[in-house]
Design a protein around this ligand. Structure first.
Ligand code: ZN
Length: 517
């Protein structure tokens, strides 16, 4: 479809979506169609997986700004609905990454490097090493294999595995898999993770290795001016093979990969500095391109409360596209992640606009750059439209389209928020429970993080991971619209309660919630 055809679609969508809010807004029938239509639009090939930055992303931003405007929300910043920031980005396919361990250059087949937040112009970068065995930190299981170590500025070397059998189907985000291990190191001020795995050239790869391969090929994007200490603690990851470990590090570590795996079966090891250095050099043609958050305001009407804010948040971006053979799907559609959350918030926005006038001000914050490590939400907290300490609650909606009859309310630091969601769930006939895998520290992996690190009370609604997560198969036809309608009603109820003056939830950081300096 040409861009003109696209424009017609935009107009007709918003016309049908807004013409009859009063009548249809409460009747789930209309809501079903509106939710389904919005998800199908955002997940369409034409939006090219809404990668940040990109044309598909900008088209999605225009569509969303059109929808909130049509629903009667005001621009939050007095000028337009878009909060624009500059990204610095490049494609790994056009870059050359060179890695030196103790001065010895590794062959390209000996490593996979996944960049997160390193501007190529600031390389070469060198880091001293620290060895931490498996490097697992899992408080609920009484394991902290980084205890007592000073990780500041170090590249932390950890081996694949844990003091229990490795789960090849386990989420890469879990504490005993590479992203979880990287997170624990970074929140303790490390600079990078060196992950030693026997899967680099394995034919059958575990889900974590497939995840690393997908992520390491996706465009790299960061805030052009950096984010300083606001940057989320995601580790740049260098995965190396056991052969490289044995050749370059075994002497300093006091054993080969196999010998260490043997030793670690019977317990961890004291993390300690390794006599060695890693140097990373990235040669890449970077570009600077704007991307936008979509902001819309429903102003508060109560003279005492209108300077307090409720934030409704969902990221509208996704992974973008991938290289694919002819006939293969190259678009990451992101129907559940996170067209579902965006569609739900658009519906809530329509309903709040025709409901009782809010006493507090309500901000609808649709972020971009979430899949590039929280760029839009980080930018928003660095450039908020209202003081951060004036936020009484945020509701983050990320992946709510694949419910099997319930939704998780993740609110590690403010359980009262989860209770509020639970009460609303009971009212609207959908189960609300804690996350199925609390050890996956969701707070770090979603747009919550920039707010949680500033102790803003909030909750994340989530209907769990599934086999299509971050795959091209995350398509609109798999969305559970019936449950999504009820989840939308839950969000509306909780949002309206805070907009009308519900008590601000208390915040108490869980012991595992560390933030880098
Ligand atoms: Zn998401």
């Amino acid at each position: 479809m040409t861009c003109y055809g696209l424009f017609v679609t935009l107009v007709s969508l918003s016309a049908c979506a807004t013409a009859r809010p009063e009548a249809d807004a409460s009747a789930s029938g209309g809501a079903r169609q509106r939710l389904d239509a919005a998800i199908r639009f955002l997940a369409d090939d034409l939006l090219e997986g809404r990668g940040t930055p990109g044309r598909g992303l900008d088209v999605a931003a225009l569509y969303l700004a059109t929808e909130v405007r049509a629903a009667g929300w005001q621009p939050a910043q007095g000028v337009g609905y878009l909060q624009t920031y500059e990204t610095l980005h490049y494609s790994p396919a056009d870059a050359t990454t060179r890695v030196l361990l103790n001065g010895h250059e590794l062959a390209p087949a000996e490593f996979i490097f996944h960049n997160r937040g390193i501007d190529p112009a600031t390389t070469p970068r060198g880091h001293h090493l620290l060895f931490a065995g498996h490097g697992v930190v899992w408080q609920e299981r009484g394991v902290d294999q980084l205890a007592g170590a000073d990780l500041r500025g170090k590249a932390v070397v950890v081996l694949k595995g844990a003091p229990w059998p490795f789960d090849p189907k386990g989420s890469a985000l879990a504490p005993d898999h590479f992203i979880g291990k990287g997170l624990q190191a970074m929140m303790r001020n490390a600079a990078a993770l060196i992950y030693v795995t026997d899967e680099l050239d394995a034919r059958d790869k575990s889900s974590e290795m497939r995840s690393l391969q997908v992520r390491s090929r996706l465009p790299v994007a960061m805030l052009a001016g950096g984010a300083g200490s606001a940057a989320p603690p995601w580790a740049p990851v260098l995965a190396i093979s056991p052969a490289v470990f044995d050749r370059e590090l075994a002497k300093a570590a006091g054993g080969t990969y196999a010998e260490w795996q043997e030793r670690l079966v019977s317990g961890g090891t004291q993390p300690r500095p390794l006599d060695g250095r890693v140097e990373i050099r990235i040669a890449a043609q970077t570009s600077r391109t704007p991307a936008s958050n979509v902001l819309a305001l429903l102003p508060g009407t109560d003279p005492l409360l209108r300077d307090e804010w409720v934030i409704l948040m969902a990221h509208y971006d996704h992974l973008g596209t991938r290289e694919a053979k002819p006939g293969e799907d190259r678009v990451f559609h992101g129907a559940d992640d996170n067209a579902s959350g965006v569609a739900a918030l658009l519906e809530v926005a329509r309903r709040l606009a025709v409901g009782a006038k809010p006493r507090r001000s309500v901000l609808c914050l649709l972020t971009s750059g979430e899949e590039r490590y929280l760029l839009g939400s980080t930018w928003y907290t660095l450039h908020p439209v209202a003081a951060i300490d004036k936020i009484v609650a945020y509701i983050n909606v990320d992946m709510v389209g694949r419910s099997a009859g319930s939704v998780s309310a993740i609110a590690a630091a403010s359980p009262d928020m989860a209770t509020a969601v639970g009460d609303a769930g009971a009212r609207h006939g959908i189960g609300v429970g804690p996350p199925r895998q609390p050890e996956i520290r969701g707070t770090y992996y979603t747009d919550e993080y920039p707010f949680a690190r500033l102790d803003v009370p909030g909750v994340h609604l989530f209907t769990d991971f599934h086999g299509d997560y971050h795959q091209v198969t995350d398509t609109a036809d798999k969305i559970r619209i019936g449950e999504l309608v009820r989840i939308t009603e839950v969000i509306e109820t909780v949002a309206a309660s805070f907009a009308q003056g519900a008590k601000k939830a208390a915040v108490k950081r869980p012991e595992w919630f560390l933030t880098p300096d």
